[in-house]
Design a protein around this ligand. Structure first.
Ligand code: UD1
Ligand code: PEP
Length: 433
């Protein structure tokens, strides 16, 4: 079994560079299916498990896709399979993002119901509602969703009941090749939506208004390959900002775009963290004591749910009681029980958690219950007394490139070990002796 072992107490200091955004690159790779002519070369790709999964997913559809050195090259001229394999889809919820492109290119798509982090029921009704309004029909058959377009995809006016990131992306991609104009109202406004729109436009698409709650897409007959670089990962950046602050250190997060991180910056400043926004990144410096704050997660430009567990970790080190309210996902507090194992004093009340800051934290064996929860447990480990062992690292590997290496370069006492390999080596040494 692999685990991260972190010994708390070191003050982090130095520079850390953020990788490309996982939540931007996944829809962008899915969108590259839309181009029937030429090759897409996408740069600044984080070499994450999720990216490997979506690359294999494209390959399973007959598409030429190669991932190497933070670049993915996709030529989707040949697209002869419209059924996604369960082994890949179950690993990653974003797999469902290939539905829009498959319907747009081939009028068919069969995708097993998506997996991903267990942070709520995560329905896909808004994806289906939008695609249906454009002329698609869906059936659920043996755990998979089969979608087909009897006639042609046509532009439609679609009001989303919830500003879903994935639904906005799926509809935008399908609309890029549909006949006529699609208008998405109450669209998600996340920076990753803007990045996807820019990519579609670079392929010859006509998407306007991304980043606002009304997006207009005029369908075109075909899209072509292009070159594109993905935006930096605001959640990875935010995680290192918290790492600097929680250890009362001084960290420059290179590549972080402050415009994408306004709610986190505001909350950290309210707590008393010094945050300087520069052109090439964000500088964070903190000293004790920090003040507790109340945080409520919301769709962008509100406080991101993907930073919820990390800010909670920081609140554990503030002097007094803070409150965290999660409004985006209904089951994103699984890390609370794990944090309690480290001495955290917290109380869940419905969708809120009361966090009593200032109590001593001590190392323990804990489990990454989802991707960001895993990162947050490592953050708590940075300040807990003694050793914290975090297991279930497959969650962390979905979203962080080189978390251990980056924190170690900032001065953390942190290693990743593979117990099975260690045991194997020990047995080998034993048999040679
Ligand atoms: C790969 C990726 O980009 N993942 C991000 C994306 O996930 P994802 O795109 O899955 O998140 P959504 O924005 O769709 O979900 C937000 C809320 O809407 C609900 N909902 C969603 C779709 C739907 O058809 N019906 C419905 O009710 C969900 O259950 C959830 O409560 O945005 C989330 C919210 O910022 C982030 O936490 C994820 O990291
Ligand atoms: C929840 C997340 O990802 P996903 O939507 O891929 O599960 C995340 O990035 O924090």
């Amino acid at each position: 079994m692999e685990k991260i072992i972190v010994r708390g107490g070191n003050r982090l200091k130095g520079r850390v560079k953020v990788h490309g955004a996982k939540n931007a690159v996944l829809p962008i790779i899915a969108a590259s299916i839309l181009s029937a002519r030429g090759t897409n070369v996408i740069q600044d790709v984080p070499m994450l498990e999720d990216v490997k999964t979506i690359t294999e997913l494209l390959q399973s559809l007959g598409i030429a896709a190669e991932l190497k050195d933070e670049t993915i090259t996709v030529n989707a001229e040949k697209l002869n399979v419209t059924e996604a394999p369960y082994e890949l889809v179950r690993k990653m919820r974003a797999s469902f993002l290939v539905m829009g492109p498959l319907l747009a290119r081939k009028k068919h798509g069969r995708i097993p119901l998506p997996g991903g982090c267990a942070i709520g029921s995560r329905p896909i009704d808004q994806h289906l509602k939008g695609l249906e309004a454009m002329g698609a029909q869906f059936e659920i058959d043996q755990g998979a969703i089969y979608g087909h377009v009897p006639d042609r995809l046509r532009g439609a006016r679609i009001y989303l009941d919830v500003a879903s990131v994935g639904a906005t992306e799926n509809i935008m991609m399908a609309a890029a090749l549909a006949e006529g104009r699609t208008i998405i109202e109450n669209a998600a406004c996340e920076p990753e939506i803007v990045d996807l729109a820019n990519f579609i436009n670079a392929m010859g698409g006509r998407v306007r208004g991304a980043g606002t709650d009304t997006i207009r897409i005029d369908g075109v007959d075909f899209l072509h390959g292009t070159e594109y670089a993905v935006i930096p990962d605001r959640i990875e950046a935010g995680t290192y900002m918290v790492a600097g602050a929680i250890t009362r250190g001084e960290v420059f997060v290179e590549g972080a775009i402050s415009d994408h991180l306004n709610p986190l910056i505001a909350k950290m400043r309210e707590m008393g963290v010094e945050v300087l926004e520069g052109e090439n990144g964000i500088h964070v410096r903190a000293e004790s004591p920090l003040k507790p704050v109340d945080v409520k997660t919301l769709p962008y430009p509100g406080f991101p749910t993907d930073m919820q567990s990390q800010i909670m970790a920081l609140l554990l080190t503030a002097e007094g009681n803070g409150m965290l309210t999660e409004t985006v996902f209904e089951n994103r507090f699984m890390h609370v029980e794990e944090m309690k194992r480290m001495g955290a004093k917290m109380k869940i009340d419905g969708r809120s958690v009361l966090i009593e800051g200032g109590h001593p934290l001590s190392g323990a064996q804990v489990k990454a219950t989802d991707l960001r929860a895993g990162a947050a447990l490592v953050l708590v480990g940075l300040v807990a007394e003694g050793a914290t062992e975090v297991t279930d690292l497959h969650h962390i590997d979905r979203g962080y490139v080189g978390l251990v290496e980056k924190l170690s370069a900032l001065g953390a006492d942190i290693v990743r070990v593979n117990e099975d390999e260690e045991e194997q080596q020990r047995l080998q040494q034993h048999s040679y002796a």
